[in-house]
Design a protein around this ligand. Structure first.
Ligand SMILES: Nc1ncnc2c1ncn2[C@@H]1O[C@H](COP(=O)(O)OP(=O)(O)OP(=O)(O)O)[C@@H](O)[C@H]1O
Length: 302
């Protein structure tokens, strides 16, 4: 799939502003971005649910705005928030979607894999939020698609169901299916994606494999630890090398960046001991995808 120069406006808002993406066959691309960055709009244009105001989209060699009918049997879509006729039973819904496909997977098998066999006769509106999500995923996969769009596939899922979705995405990739997913869970992108694209204000701000994105531009490492929230770290900072910086980026979560050497680690633990606190989850390593994401898109709420 290839997207270039994509533009979508809503009144005075430019939701997508010249976006370019490339999803290679049989790979997983994670589209990340803060709330309102333009992820869902992009996915909806690529999957043929919205028209673009500019740019080009090529999905499996076709333009979704022109060849929606031809594309529909070849792609699977799990929209954000799912959706179905409220009164339809879970099993009926999946059977209905399967009946539109040339060579569908067995709906019963898929219900079983997704842990929905026991609610096959339950009306959609009576399913729990997580069950609705899983049914929506089943509907996206039942037609054996060549390419799947998953808009926040694990939002609202419990840890077991999230792992199951991760396994399914891994299995799709092994089968040569291309996957475009959006997520706010950085760990999910690190775990699943071959390629990560971070967007903000409808534009690409960074892209690469999770490893490329988290590789340090210098040899500066990070030291993280958890301790009592709100500690005054100015004294600690004064005792560290000049290029070291310490931030409490969430209550009780401290992040020290700069030249981290054994003396710095020792200074941190000694200082914590002097404060009478235990430095928990002390970890020295490269920056995480979440660090990169926050550096690029800022820390303020959208
Ligand atoms: N139908 C619409 N009418 C008006 N504005 C819209 C419409 N759809 C999206 N927008 C606006 O376009 C921008 C991008 O929205 P979009 O839903 O694509 O963001 P997102 O990255 O998917 O966000 P989230 O992470 O919250 O799901 C937002 O400012 C949103 O308010």
């Amino acid at each position: 799939m290839d997207v270039s120069g994509l533009v979508r406006r809503f009144g005075t808002t430019t939701a997508v502003d010249g976006l370019a993406l490339r999803l290679e066959q049989g790979t997983v691309l994670a589209l990340l971005g803060p709330n309102g960055a333009g992820k869902t709009t992009t996915v909806e244009i690529c999957s043929g649910f919205q028209r673009a105001d500019g740019g080009s989209v090529n999905v499996l060699g076709l333009d979704p705005a022109v060849h929606g009918e031809k594309l529909r049997p070849r792609v699977g879509v799990m929209p954000q928030g799912g959706g179905a006729y409220p009164g339809v039973r879970a099993g009926e819904m999946l059977a209905l979607v399967a009946s539109c496909a040339a060579n569908p997977l067995s709906p019963d098998w898929l219900l079983d894999v997704l842990g929905l066999a026991s609610v096959a006769r339950t009306p959609f509106k009576r399913l729990s939020g997580g069950q609705q999500q899983r049914l929506s995923l089943a509907c996206a996969l039942v037609g054996r698609p060549e390419l799947v769009f998953l808009d926040e596939p694990t939002a609202g899922l419990d840890p077991q169901a999230r792992r199951l979705v991760w396994e399914l995405v891994g299995a799709l990739r092994t089968d040569g299916v291309s996957v475009l997913l959006t997520t706010h869970i950085m760990e999910e992108a690190e775990e699943l994606a071959d390629q990560v694209v971070i967007i903000d204000h409808g534009r690409v701000v960074a892209e690469g494999s999770p490893r490329q994105l988290t590789a340090e531009s210098s040899d500066a490492a990070r030291l993280r630890f958890r301790a009592r929230p709100g500690m005054d770290t100015s004294q600690l900072c004064a005792a560290l090398p000049a290029d070291c910086r310490i931030d409490e980026h969430a209550p009780g979560a401290y992040l020290l960046s700069g030249s981290i050497d054994p003396q710095v680690v020792s200074a941190v633990t000694t200082w914590c001991a002097q404060q009478g606190v235990l430095a928990e989850e002390l970890h020295v390593g490269r920056r995480s995808l979440e660090d990169v994401f926050l550096e690029l898109t800022g820390r303020e709420l959208r």
